[in-house]
Write a protein that binds this ligand. Structure first.
Ligand code: DQA
Length: 150
């Protein structure tokens, strides 16, 4: 199985560090990418890291991952709560999928508690801040290394 991991970030995450820092913190998405690349190197994982405000671009990257990637980490932003199309695309991907939310979506508005993506995700991290991306990579390394990991 490929050790390339596709990390996808949905709408408004380009504003990470500037947008509602009391909820999402002060780190930028570029900082998150740098941290993920460092960790991926130690875990012997390759990384493709993307962000888009457009649903179709996220879907296209999921389709592309079918050909090249062993796993997907996705923070779909608000598309989490609305997008059956992203769920359908993820259902067409065979490897592990980890859903990440920087904030604890269960502690916020009621509408954030439902996730279409969780119907497909093998694991969900919410409320770990940007550290959640690294935790997701660690889990993926384990899933790719062991046939039936614990
Ligand atoms: C988010 C939570 C979503 O509800 C929100 O729309 C986001 C970010 C998070 O990372 O906490 O844009 O996915």
């Amino acid at each position: 199985m490929s050790r390339l991991v596709t990390i996808l970030n949905g709408p408004n995450l380009n504003l990470l560090g500037k947008r509602q820092p009391q909820i999402y913190g002060h780190e930028t998405l570029a900082d998150v990418e740098t941290e993920c690349r460092k960790l991926a190197a130690t875990l012997k994982l390759g990384l493709a890291f993307h962000q888009s405000n457009r649903e179709y671009e996220l879907i296209d990257w999921i389709h592309a991952a079918r050909e090249v990637a062993g796993a997907i980490v996705i923070n779909p932003g608000a598309f989490t709560h609305t997008s059956i199309a992203i769920l359908d695309a993820l259902n067409a991907f065979d490897g592990p999928v980890i859903e990440v939310h920087i904030s604890n979506v269960h502690k916020r508005e009621e509408f954030r508690r439902h996730s279409y993506v969780s119907l497909r995700a093998d694991g969900v991290l919410a409320g770990f801040g940007t550290q959640g991306y690294g935790l997701a990579l660690q889990r993926i390394a384990r899933l790719l290394d062991a046939p039936s990991p614990r």
